[in-house]
Design a protein around this ligand. Structure first.
Ligand code: NDP
Length: 448
């Protein structure tokens, strides 16, 4: 137990009291507090000015009604949110999530993490997050468009290219960003870089769809290099089959690894031969165009579908949780380690429970928290903002090189703040590395 435990406990009591019932938010803050509070004790300037308490209070929260009419002509009412968490180092920046589980606690956890992650990228972006409890599953394109238009009809007055720049997240991909952008343009009468993840025809960046998954794999490459190894012939287990999972799988295959599993909320598929490029194209078409279920993979290829389970019991060298929060438990972590797994990198946000993180840190495997390993998505969103401001488009190679450079730098920051002897605690490195820049900017700006 840390010498600072009583201070951490008191801080968490304050957070829980102020944000009742928001369990995911408590979890995200606790993880940061455990590293940052001991660090602050050697930096009285942060303590005296209550920087951590200030960071844990959103600058602004917007909650609004989203009425729309479905294809049957029935009225539907959803709830919309935007959490503008911190603008110390740049405009608020972070995705929109459309999923029935969305409520204040989930979006505040995501916005809080985003502040540290965006700081780690070294680009000038503050932190935010938003979304709705709208479920795009089973909805027609027409219904999704009407929902997006109604959502943006309220959101547009709170965002702007220099104010707050949303992007995608779970349930928000290219289709949704297009509808949202179109409505913003109509209402504001301006064509601006107000959203990222846009289509290439109207201001999007090459490599943005790939960025989170590729970036995660680049980060693992850096971690593996510290142990003089790489992806060649490594068995890799991936959860999810959405944007992050698809491009993590693509990069692993390119680097000579074997992807054994992918999943969705119904279960996972195990392909012992490995999901190759052709099979991955099938999954991309299935998920992005046909909007089908991952189980349909077994109708086309030899594989097993395991219903209602996550893939962590499959023996592997590397695990990449890329679906959602708290999808990998302490028991899963123990199973992975017992099966010889040497590295776990979070493509999703907070997919490992606190128990799982504890197991990874105790055993000293190469464990990367999402703040560090999935920062590639927002980093290329930052590059999309730069291209929009310059009114230029960079080539695929140029953006990819910048992404690789950024992931290398984040890895170096984690080492700077997380190295103890020959071990690297990437959780600590990312939390403190992300904190320092934001805290210094807040100090410089006075009582904000
Ligand atoms: P997508 O909507 O494209 O894909 C999400 C995937 O996760 C789907 O396979 C989905 O299955 C599965 N999933 C979602 N919710 C659950 C759940 N409650 N239980 C089990 N499986 C679930 O989202 P993304 O790929 O964009 O996002 C995945 C994760 O990565 C999220 O944690 C997100 O915050 C994080 N992330 C995303 C970034 C981005 O650039 N897109 C950037 C950084 C982090 P199903 O289809 O059945 O719902």
């Amino acid at each position: 137990m840390s010498n600072h435990q009583s201070e951490i406990d008191a801080f968490m009591q304050f957070i829980v009291k102020k944000n009742p019932g928001e369990v995911e938010y408590h979890q995200a803050v606790q993880e940061v507090a455990e590293n940052v509070i001991p660090f602050i004790s050697d930096h009285p300037e942060y303590k005296k000015t209550k920087i951590l308490e200030r960071i844990a209070e959103p600058e602004r929260v917007v909650m609004f009604r989203v009425p729309w009419i479905d294809d049957k002509g029935d009225f539907q009412i959803n709830r919309g949110f935007r959490i503008q968490m911190n603008s110390a180092i740049g405009p608020y920046k972070g995705g929109l999530r459309f999923h029935p589980s969305v409520y204040l606690g989930i979006l505040k956890f995501l916005a809080f993490e985003q502040v540290f992650k965006n700081s780690l990228t070294s680009l000038p972006m503050g932190g935010g997050k938003g979304g709705s409890d709208f479920d795009p599953k089973g909805k027609s394109d027409n219904e999704v468009m009407h929902f997006c238009q109604s959502f943006m009809t309220e959101l547009y007055r709170h965002i702007g290219a220099d104010v707050d720049v949303p992007a995608g997240d779970i349930g928000v991909g290219g289709r949704e960003v297009g509808f949202l952008f179109g409505q913003y343009k109509r209402l504001s009468n301006e064509f601006s870089g107000v959203l990222t993840g846009k289509g290439l025809q109207y201001g999007g960046s090459l490599i943005r769809p790939e960025a989170t998954g590729y970036g995660c794999v680049y980060f693992v490459q850096e971690m593996l290099a510290t142990r003089n190894t790489d992806f060649k012939n490594k068995k890799v287990v991936i959860s999810g089959s959405g944007n992050v999972a698809q491009f993590a799988a693509e990069k692993v295959i390119q680097l000579g690894g074997t992807v054994l599993t992918m999943s969705d909320s119904n279960g996972y598929i195990l392909d012992e031969e490995g999901i190759n490029t052709e099979k991955l194209s099938f999954i991309m078409d299935l998920k992005n165009n046909k909007r089908g279920r991952i189980s349909e993979y077994t109708k086309k290829y030899t594989a097993t579908f395991v219903e209602g389970k996550t893939p962590w019991a499959i023996k592997c060298d590397i695990a990449l949780p890329c679906a959602t929060q708290n999808e990998l438990t302490g028991d899963d972590a123990k199973t992975l380690i017992a099966n010889g797994c040497i590295s776990v990198a979070e493509g999703a946000n907070m997919p490992s429970t606190p128990d799982a993180v504890e197991v990874f840190l105790k055993t000293g495997i190469l464990f990367a928290p999402g703040k560090a390993s999935n920062a590639g998505g927002v980093a290329v969103s930052g590059l999309e903002m730069s291209q929009n401001s310059l009114r230029l488009s960079w080539t695929r190679e140029e953006v990819d090189l910048r992404l690789q450079e950024i992931m290398k730098n984040i890895h170096a920051t984690c080492i700077k703040y997380g190295k103890h002897g020959d071990k690297i605690n990437y959780v600590k490195g990312a939390n403190i590395g992300g904190f320092v820049k934001v805290a210094d900017a807040m100090l410089a700006q006075g009582h904000v």
